[in-house]
Write a protein that binds this ligand. Sequence first.
Ligand code: GCO
Length: 446
Amino acid sequence: MKFKLPEHSTLLDKSFLYGTATASFQIEGDSTSRLPCIWDTFCATAGNIADASNGDQACEHIAKWREDIDLIHSLGVDAYRFSISWPRVIGFDGKLNPQGVDFYIQLLEYLIELGIKPFVTLYHWDLPQHIEDNGGWLNRQTAYLFRDYVDLITQAFGERVHSYATLNEPFCSAYLGYEVGIHAPGLTGQDKGKQAAHHLLLAHGLAMQVLRKNSPKALNGIVLNFTPAYPVSDSQADINAAAYADDYLNHWYAEPVFNGCYPEILNQLPAENRPQIEEGDMQIIAQPLDYVGINYYTRAFYKADDNLPYCAISPKGVELTAMGWEVYPDAFRDLLIDLNKRYTLPPVYITENGAATDDEIIDGSVDDQQRINYIQGHLLAVHQAIEAGVDIQGYFVWSLLDNFEWAEGYVKRFGIVYVDYQTQQRTKKRSAELFTELVTTRINQA
Ligand code: GCO
């Protein structure tokens, strides 16, 4: 088996960028050498994490980073997407913590030495706890603290970074963290979710202004996730419910970034739940972008409900990953095409796509056939979207390593590399081998 794409596919050209991705809290460990973050606190409450685990050790990447970068190099990929832990690089006083900064500078320099392009995410959900104690993303001031952190860290990194993303998936931070409470900091309420979303988006806009000044040569943008909303039937009521869910869960974050406004359903929210928006905020949010990162895993179904604007339905009789997420690559293709019609998109990078599967090491190897099929289907979807005119420049598989899968703990394995958490040994899965085969047999087709 190999990954197969049509002969002249752009995805087989050397100019199409391939990478793998991780995030700080999910892999780093060594939590005592940084300030506490909201995920440390969230993990400490019984019942929040499926296996009652935390990020204290994770993949011990702080100790094993060189080995991990060598591993990335051995995969043959062009780029590595990882995130900076804000509580590792900024102290209580708001100044740079030299030890934390040095860690990332060494990492960046080693990546550059090996010819791997660093794609740096500035916020992948690990807000310093002391900032949460002051209201976190409910406090407008946090957007300005983020701007200040971005200003300091990008000056420290200089020209070492190929690409910056301000935020990873503001939907998850705002909706999962402040509206339904299944992610840190575990707060609930529509008013909170929407206010947090607004401050996150403001933080993005403010950070883009800093990036343009401090890192004008880098590709600067944001990473948004989409779970396209489908109606369970073709009744008008279900179609309307799905459209509402799509605006509420997906376009809530895209529309402000690209068009400088929230979806119209903002006006249907109870007045007391609408975010406070100050004059000029929407212009700050809608900064020009060098690229947009798109994360896609699955689609979702919705039906009408008498008491709610929409009601989510679990898929039945379809192929699911270990997360219980439907495998449906056509929705990925259609999402990319639809986004390209709806917005004036900058160049697109697929910054996350992948699957959790029930992987086991047998005789020293992991034959992760379901993940292989998943990646195959989704690469083809990217190819089809490009053929349909979407400007897609690269694809990052989520994830490099099995790691801390948030509320699911270590039970769900997303890596193309298996991690034995007892020994911290890394073993390439079959998907990693095929990924290398794909990436290293590309040619210049221009
Ligand atoms: C995401 C996150 C990852 C998750 C992955 C699988 O951006 O949602 O970046 O941290 O691990 O999506 O759920």
